[in-house]
Design a protein around this ligand. Structure first.
Ligand code: SAH
Length: 364
């Protein structure tokens, strides 16, 4: 069974080596506890211990009992069996809660986890994503990931923005890769947080290759991709029985070739375009040239899962001028296909998401 306790203002004694207990300490400090550290090892990791009070490790039963009696909770992290025995006895006698946390890794080199953060709503982060963030020493993020509650999800981590910020260019891809590798080689547990899924137009593959080449262990946590979730948030299923049995996800970053347009129009399923606002006039004209009906329904869903989510719908021959008139902007997902008509019936999903997003904004 798991229970949550509010540690704000409580005294927590962490028993274990500072370096190996660094994530536990960071989480306790982040939750507002006053943290005391009984460290029986070498002088530890300065980052983790700067905000704790070190106490002398007791040498006998009475000293242990006195120490644990002066706190509200004791957390043991990777201690030896004689310390475990002493702690168990002392906390039992003093009737103080004792919990055990797994030690953080102290590898000579760290590791990188590429984490898909989903389309922006914290509720669409996976359990694996939250676990990776919880253990991170450093998180490299950009604006497309879910970032509003990053400090809470990764309490022990340094947060580094590698995306565009007002007045600053985005850090370029080669430099991001260098920084991931450099941090891992310095022994850190590194998370690269990305919007959606790392392998859908996210350059995740390049980052995996860069880490592997440098001998840095790297793993990938899949995320909920905007290609499916953002249409879904607007009440558009990318497939639907008897309407569409395939969907193709395309990047609109550069215009499609005539050959690509021809094949796309010939497939007869749903077309989902990411990064497609800039090339929309080229795409719609090209699909019509390739034989797609001018009355094919199209939807553009902007800023999915935010209070600014907006859906613009029109037929294929009318969507580009309408989008320009309405000032449709990136990030947006373009959906082309008969499934768009379903949004009139299914838009209830969209309404729920928007209500939830608004509620989250007001409670944060
Ligand atoms: N890896 C990401 C896609 C990165 S490409 C994924 O799997 O979702 C960036 C594009 O994704 C944007 O230009 C936009 O087309 C789309 N996108 C991502 N998040 C979005 C959101 N919340 N609302 C609308 N479009 C989004």
């Amino acid at each position: 069974m798991e229970i949550s306790v509010n540690l704000a203002g409580r005294r927590v004694l962490v028993v274990g080596h500072a370096g190996r207990a660094r994530h536990t300490i960071a989480r306790c400090v982040a939750s507002g506890a006053r943290v005391y550290l009984a460290d029986d090892g070498e002088p530890g990791d300065a980052r983790a211990v700067s905000s704790v009070v070190r106490v002398i490790v007791p040498s006998n039963r009475l000293e242990w009992k006195t120490l644990v009696s002066s706190v509200d909770l004791v957390v043991s992290v990777g201690v030896d069996s004689s310390t475990t025995d002493a702690l168990e006895r002392a906390t039992r006698e003093a009737r103080i809660w004792l919990t055990t946390e797994p030690p953080s890794p102290t590898l000579p080199i760290g590791r990188v986890t590429l984490v898909g953060g989903g389309p922006g709503d914290g509720q669409l982060l996976t359990v694996a994503a939250l676990a990776a963030l919880r253990e991170a020493d450093v998180v490299f993020f950009d604006r497309l990931g879910p970032v509003a509650r990053l400090a809470e999800w990764a309490p022990g981590a340094e947060l580094v923005n590698v995306g565009k910020t007002p007045g600053h260019h985005a850090v370029n891809q080669t430099e991001i890769q260098e920084r991931l590798v450099e941090a891992a080689l310095a022994g850190k547990t590194v998370v690269r947080l990305k919007g959606g899924d790392p392998f859908v137009f996210g350059r995740g593959g390049e980052e995996v290759i860069a880490c592997s080449r440098a001998g840095v262990p790297v793993t990938v946590v899949s995320g909920v991709t905007s290609a499916i979730a953002v249409p879904g948030a607007a009440g558009i299923p990318v497939t639907h029985r008897e309407i569409s049995r395939l969907f193709t996800v395309v990047s609109g970053h550069v215009p499609l070739s005539e050959n690509e347009l021809l094949h796309l129009a010939g497939l007869g399923g749903t077309i989902v375009v990411l990064m497609g606002v800039g090339t929309l006039p080229h795409l719609t004209a090209g699909l019509m040239r390739a034989g797609m009906s001018a009355s094919m329904p199209v939807a553009i869903v902007e800023k999915g899962f935010s209070t600014g989510q907006r859906t613009t719908r029109a037929d294929l021959d009318e969507i580009a001028p309408l989008a320009s008139r309405l000032g449709v902007r990136s990030p947006a997902v373009v959906v082309i296909g008969e499934v768009v008509r379903l949004s009139e019936q299914l838009d209830v999903t969209a309404a729920t998401f928007l209500q939830d997003a608004a509620a989250e904004l007001t409670t944060d």
